[in-house]
Write a protein that binds this ligand. Structure first.
Ligand code: ATP
Length: 351
């Protein structure tokens, strides 16, 4: 297979299992994010791929070559760390082409290469500046340029944008993705930010407690989370306690509701969680009757300009509906309402 293959990877630090049972295939040219809460093993997995840690079990293959026991400098990877690890006493250009300097490549050739890479990361003309004269976002680009200098087969980034402020961070996410598309280089990013993972990636690997919980294209995971953990970690979701009735019908707050289908292993009477995204929930005035509706009372309305969230209590359950300002429901705090949960948007998960 052309690409990266991890088979049965695990890593223990003494009695701590940092990652276990990792089987992963990343085809050439893909952009993949490792996403999960703090301590779930994302960085360890990236460091194993980089050769900065040695796996306790398993094999790592790149384009059918076994990398498992190969030292980092022979793996043909480029890395960007959260700290960036730029040399403050060297100029921008010298930082980028440091490895050529070690190999004795002459100064003019190094300068040309640095200019070429700075052009690539949209930061031309700063090769002679000091690192200290650059902004956070510019340093980020220099670190990326340096990692790409040796035309690596794999580009690995550990929380590369976490030190940037929110606006710059969002801009850099789009830029990084566009750069990766231009270069078609297999890229793995570690992040704990689901929006970042969804913006940039072809595939998201959701991890928790040392394991992969789900892997797939961002929208597929968003639409079909495999567990309540994934549903909550990718975006926000209403996770509603329910009981499975017959077929794909669930009883929610005493009312039968159709869903998109129940997992095979669950039988009638099972306790389940129904996951539905706030943007799929509709709120109507009480007089409007229809299928898959619950009775509720509005407890709060949050209007943040770009979207309006309506909080509704239905028989002890809190359900949040989100709408654009144009689709804003004509309901107010304290009012009795109908909450509609469209069947195709209700995903049934094991409780
Ligand atoms: P974060 O988002 O906080 O960086 P993470 O998902 O990247 O977390 P890891 O850094 O991979 O998680 O850590 C996974 C587990 O392995 C944690 O329990 C951590 O304490 C442990 N761990 C990681 N590196 C070491 C080490 N060198 N020695 C001992 N334990 C370690």
């Amino acid at each position: 297979m052309s690409g990266l293959l991890l088979s049965d990877i695990s890593k223990k630090f003494g009695s701590v299992t940092a990652v276990t049972d990792i089987n992963l295939e990343i085809p050439d040219g893909r952009f993949v994010s490792f996403l999960g809460p703090s301590g779930c093993g994302k960085t360890t997995l990236l460091r194993l791929i980089a050769g900065l840690e040695t796996a306790t079990t398993g094999r790592i293959m790149l384009d059918n070559e076994d990398l498992t026991d190969r030292p980092t400098h022979n793996r043909n990877i480029g890395m960007v760390f959260q700290s960036l690890a730029l040399f403050p006493h060297l100029s921008v250009g010298e930082n980028i082409t440091y490895s050529q300097r070690i190999r004795g490549i002459d100064k003019a050739a190094r300068k040309r290469r640095a200019e070429e890479l700075l052009e690539l990361v949209r930061l031309p003309g700063v090769a002679d500046r000091n690192i200290a004269q650059l902004s956070g976002g510019q340093r980020q680009r220099v670190a990326i340029a340096r990692a790409l200098n040796l035309e690596p087969k794999l580009f690995l980034l550990d929380e590369p944008l976490s030190a940037l402020d929110a606006k710059l961070r969002e801009d850099m996410q789009v830029e990084l993705r566009m750069l990766q598309e231009r270069l078609a280089i297999t890229t793995i990013v570690v992040t704990h930010d689901q929006r970042e993972a969804m913006t940039m990636s072809d595939e998201v690997v959701v991890m928790s407690t040392a394991r992969i919980q789900q892997m797939g294209p961002p929208l597929e995971i968003y639409r079909n989370p495999a567990s309540a953990f994934v549903a909550e970690f990718i975006g926000t979701s209403n996770l509603i306690k329910a009981r499975l009735d017959s077929g794909s019908t669930c009883v929610i707050a005493g009312r039968p509701c159709q869903t998109s289908g129940a997992p095979d292993q669950l039988g009638a009477g099972a306790s389940v969680i129904v996951s539905i995204r706030p943007e799929d929930v509709h709120v109507y005035p009480e007089s409007r009757d229809g299928a898959n509706q619950l009775d509720g009372v509005v407890t709060f309305v949050r209007d943040v300009g770009a979207s309006v969230e309506t909080f509704v209590e239905c028989d002890g359950l809190q359900i949040i509906a989100m709408a654009t300002p144009k689709e804003r429901p004509d309901v107010h705090k304290g009012e009795k309402v109908k909450v509609e949960l469209p069947a195709e948007s209700c995903v049934v998960l094991k409780a």
